[in-house]
Write a protein that binds this ligand. Structure first.
Ligand SMILES: [Zn+2]
Length: 232
């Protein structure tokens, strides 16, 4: 049985490599999140523009109704002047009063809609401002990320080289087993023992196994199969 094999350096390199790779994977996800915010902003803008268009169409329609109503009032005024009896006069007078009310309602509605147009335009301006900020932030972030990823790729390469060196401590007899674990669990294929327990699954080692691991004999955890070592 091999002893005095120090696996802590190997585990350190595994963890460093994992950290670098995690950082490399996280970057594009963070850019994507910013792209999603931009897409949401564009969707908000499109919805607001649609609402603005509908509001303007409604104003046009109400303006047309108002014109019709005003023409009708003019006509009623003429009829009123030409009324040949008191009865006719009263009828026109009442119609004029009713039509004046509906004209005034239309005018109020148009004013309200014009206010809404102002509000929507203001909101569209705010959306455009926010979007410009998001875009600038996204572009700056992506640029910084690119610069950082050059360094990270360099580190990844260095760790990969160190890993090959550190892996030389793995005895030939367990190399295939170790390789399978690395494929399955990556950096978590190794586990330090902590207070007589496997730090991956927290199952206590038998005293015999504990002595074995502490003596530097590569040993797989009987519970979670991780390659255990005693931290130096
Ligand atoms: Zn375990």
């Amino acid at each position: 049985m091999l002893s005095n094999v120090d696996l802590s350096g190997l585990h350190r390199v595994h963890l460093a490599l994992k950290d670098v790779r995690d950082q490399l994977a996280r970057g594009p996800r963070l850019v994507k999140a910013r792209d999603n915010q931009l897409a949401q902003s564009d969707a908000d803008k499109a919805a607001k523009e649609g609402e603005l268009k509908q509001t303007r169409l409604l104003i046009d329609r109400k303006n047309l109704d108002l014109k019709t109503s005003e023409a009708k009032l003019k006509d009623l005024d003429r009829k009123l002047n030409e009324a040949s009896s008191n009865v006719e006069f009263d009828i026109f007078k009442r119609q004029i009063a009713a039509d004046q009310v509906s004209s005034s309602v239309l005018q109020d509605e148009i004013l309200e809609l014009l206010d809404k147009v102002d509000r929507l335009q203001k909101e569209l301006g705010e959306i455009a401002e926010r979007r410009a900020k998001l875009q600038a932030d996204r572009d700056q972030f992506a640029q910084e990320l690119e610069a950082k990823s050059v360094i990270l790729h360099q580190q990844e390469l260095e760790h990969a080289v160190s890993l090959t060196t550190e892996e030389k401590v793995i005895p030939e007899s367990i190399r295939a087993h170790y390789r399978r674990l690395v494929d399955a669990y990556g950096a978590d294929s190794l586990a330090a023992i902590d207070n007589g327990m496997c730090s991956n699954c927290h199952v206590s080692l038998t005293p015999q196994l504990r002595v074995q691991v502490e003596g530097g004999t590569p040993t797989f955890c009987s519970s979670c199969d991780r390659l255990m070592y005693s931290p130096k």
